[in-house]
Design a protein around this ligand. Structure first.
Ligand code: PRX
Length: 667
């Protein structure tokens, strides 16, 4: 394989693009014609400049039904975050209606179906009609502004219609990734208090069908608050329809294609999206209407250098994750762009699928996960080089640290050695990209395998977890926090603001704590080292170790468990479960138990949460006060025995030796 040198790779942008970078803010008062470095330094040194910047950006990015009177009212010490107060707007109108005068016949969505070659193009005019019909239907069903609806649907036009239909009438949507189990879905429906669930008969992915309606049926049995289940048709298979079930498309077709967009307050929740935390209960992060839309549209434009009317944005994420919300739906549509809805997998029908799709649809951008790159680079590069990728301009990636090998492969084989790689760092909580190589000043270098630079107005800081003080020197490492608020950040955890404040704003008062560790090099560029809490990142999906422990502990044969993440070549991290069984459980049953426990995790959470390794043990490394030393388990799982360190403070140090031996046996 051809390897790029790991030192600085200088990527010079074409002249046209350079001039764009320095003039993007034309018409933005004193910020016009500033380049990245100048703008950042002006925003960092002067809060009033920051306020002025976000004011002008807010006015420029969105159509307001009533102008805002206050740019921001934030106090991170008390987890108070509010932007664009006094303003009224509608997210659906900003993503559709305002483009109709100039872009009615432009493609808004390209649905790349599971079987290659079956793409469907939807214009802004069609999008408007479909969204209005569904919004009318939802209103008829009794939903009103302030309610919530859960969407359990595959990536495709209907889920986008439903998201925007909810936004149109002021209903907060909560999209639940369609790979979650019935139990996980039920927990989210109950937590968000949804009266309405919208689902699909079946999903199709990688040639396989997935029974979504049946999963919803199982979930709603324990959700008495659900009054109506709308069922969209994907395969047309016959699925059981009960008294609360209503076919979506058939009923929407009879509704008006004209439905007024409701003026909503800036801070009205646009959606709730669940993600894993360090306790067993997933958190429903709440995102606002105005700040979120301002931030996703701005980052979509500047991080990816997106040009509406010319570019086709190919974010292959599932709509059920934040990446899908921000860069499949809201960012691209708020910008009047053309966005891809990718229903398939990177390996179906073969590992050239992304590149075949990119050629056939003429994608100018592709935005994917490091996990998929790590999988694809194991195959012949012919799967890439046989396609014409000359239209691709920007290659993005998100979700986990992008290792050097994957970066180089992406850059060399997909990027022809010269296209920009945007390794973007962000989170469900941040709403949009916070750290990425672009935008940046003229000729600025892009270094392999690090997101590098904060977005406009953001101020990452590294904190020392031991002292709680800021680490100011460089190079250095620390816990990654953000000093300044930005419009796209989450506002709360649904129904639990206290947990929100404790999770993100208590460890380092006055700062947003990301839960990630980071290092800063001598030039000030940032590299993310991974989670520093009990959250693990499996194939780019977040999982709380406590969530998996709860599922395992619920088995009657289990006494205690400890779950950790360990480095995995393909998945980034994989799940390792240490399990202590109850006294008297027959050793002959271990094979069955292993299967039952894995099944339990699949049923309670999702397939991707199932432990890759599961070790039955008699003891766990605990302190004398009974706290499990996960650090030690992590070292054992990674076979990094030399750095296990001092074990003399453990209640029973001999446990460590036993675990090492069992782990070896297990390999
Ligand atoms: O650990 C970081 C990792 O993914 C976490 C956020 O996960 P989630 O909320 O599911 O959102 C993923 C998509 C935005 C972060 O705390 N992460 C995300 N991007 C990167 C990353 N780690 C390293 N490099 C990245 N570019």
């Amino acid at each position: 394989m051809l390897r790029c040198p790991l030192q600085l790779v200088r990527l010079r942008l074409p002249v046209r693009q350079l001039s764009d970078l320095t003039t993007k803010f034309t018409g933005l008062g004193s910020f016009s014609n500033l380049n990245y470095d100048q703008l950042q330094s002006s925003l960092r040194t002067d809060s009033s400049q920051c306020e002025q910047f976000w004011k002008l950006i807010g006015e420029q990015q969105l159509n307001w039904m009533q102008p805002f009177h206050t740019v921001s009212d934030c106090d991170l010490k008390s987890a108070k975050i509010a932007w664009y107060l006094g303003g009224k707007l509608n997210a659906s109108a900003n993503c559709i209606d305002r483009h109709l005068a100039t872009r009615a016949d432009q493609t808004a969505l390209i649905w790349e179906q599971d079987e290659p070659g079956n793409q469907v193009y939807i214009t802004y005019k069609q999008l408007h009609a479909e969204v209005c019909r569904i919004a009318s239907l939802l209103l008829q069903s009794g939903l009103q502004a302030g309610d919530t609806a859960v969407l359990y649907m595959p990536t495709g036009p209907p889920v986008v219609y439903c998201m925007l239909a909810c936004a149109r009438i002021g209903v907060a949507h909560s999209v639940v990734f369609a790979g979650f189990s019935a139990e996980a879905l039920a927990a989210r429906i109950q937590d968000v208090g949804a009266k309405v669930v919208i689902t699909t008969d079946q999903a199709i992915r990688g040639g396989k069908t997935v029974e979504l309606k049946r999963t919803v049926d199982a979930a709603v049995k324990s959700c008495p608050m659900v009054e109506r289940v709308f069922v969209s048709t994907r395969t047309g298979a016959s699925v059981p329809m009960g008294s609360i079930d209503v076919p979506l498309e058939k009923n929407a077709a009879a509704c008006s294609a004209d439905c007024a967009a409701e003026p909503m307050d800036s801070e009205q929740p646009l959606f709730v999206l669940y993600t894993s935390g360090s306790t067993g209960k997933p958190k429903g992060l709440v995102h606002s209407t105005a700040g979120y839309l301002v931030y996703t549209s701005l980052t979509h434009q500047h991080v990816f250098d997106y040009r509406p009317g010319q570019d086709i944005f190919g974010c292959v994420a599932d709509v059920g994750w934040i990446t899908g919300h921000s860069y499949v739906v809201y960012g691209p549509l708020a910008n009047g762009g053309t966005t891809l809805l990718f229903e398939s997998t990177p390996a179906y029908p073969d590992v050239g699928r992304y590149w075949e799709t990119a050629e056939r649809l003429g994608l100018t951008h592709i935005y994917l996960s490091p996990t998929s790159l790590r999988m694809l680079l194991r195959y012949s590069t012919d799967f890439v080089t046989k396609y014409d990728l000359s239209r691709l301009r920007v290659l993005g990636c998100v979700g986990e640290p992008l290792n050097h090998e994957a970066w180089e492969w992406y850059h060399r084989w997909v990027g022809g050695g010269h296209r920009d790689i945007a390794d973007t760092w962000w989170q469900t909580e941040t709403g949009g990209v916070c750290i990425a190589p672009r935008p940046s000043a003229e000729g600025a270098p892009i270094l392999p395998a690090m997101p590098m630079r904060p977005f406009y107005g953001l101020e990452p800081v590294l904190m020392d977890p031991a002292t709680g003080a800021e680490v100011t020197e460089s190079p250095a490492e620390g816990h990654l926090c953000m000093r300044r608020p930005w419009p796209g950040m989450a506002r709360s955890i649904w129904g639990d603001h206290k947990r929100f404040a404790e999770t993100y704003y208590s460890q380092f008062p006055g700062l947003y704590f990301t839960g990630d560790g980071a290092s800063r090099d001598a030039q000030g560029f940032l590299h993310i080292t991974g989670r520093v809490d009990d959250v693990i990142n499996v194939t780019g999906h977040r999982l709380g170790t406590a969530e998996i422990e709860d599922a395992l502990d619920s088995h009657p044969a289990v006494s205690e468990t400890a779950v950790i993440g360990y480095p995995h070549k393909l998945k980034g991290e994989a799940v390792y479960a240490f399990v202590i069984l109850k006294d008297g459980v027959s050793i002959d049953r271990l094979g069955d138990l292993r299967r039952e426990l894995k099944r339990r995790v699949r049923d309670r959470i999702a397939a991707y949460a199932v432990p890759e390794k599961l070790l039955f043990t008699d003891g766990l490394p605990k302190t004398r006060s009974g706290k499990i030393m996960r650090r030690i388990l992590k070292r054992i799982a990674a076979e990094d025995y030399d750095s296990i360190g001092d074990i003399s403070t453990l209640a029973d140090p001999s446990v460590v030796e036993a675990l090492k031996q069992h782990h070896d046996l297990y390999q």
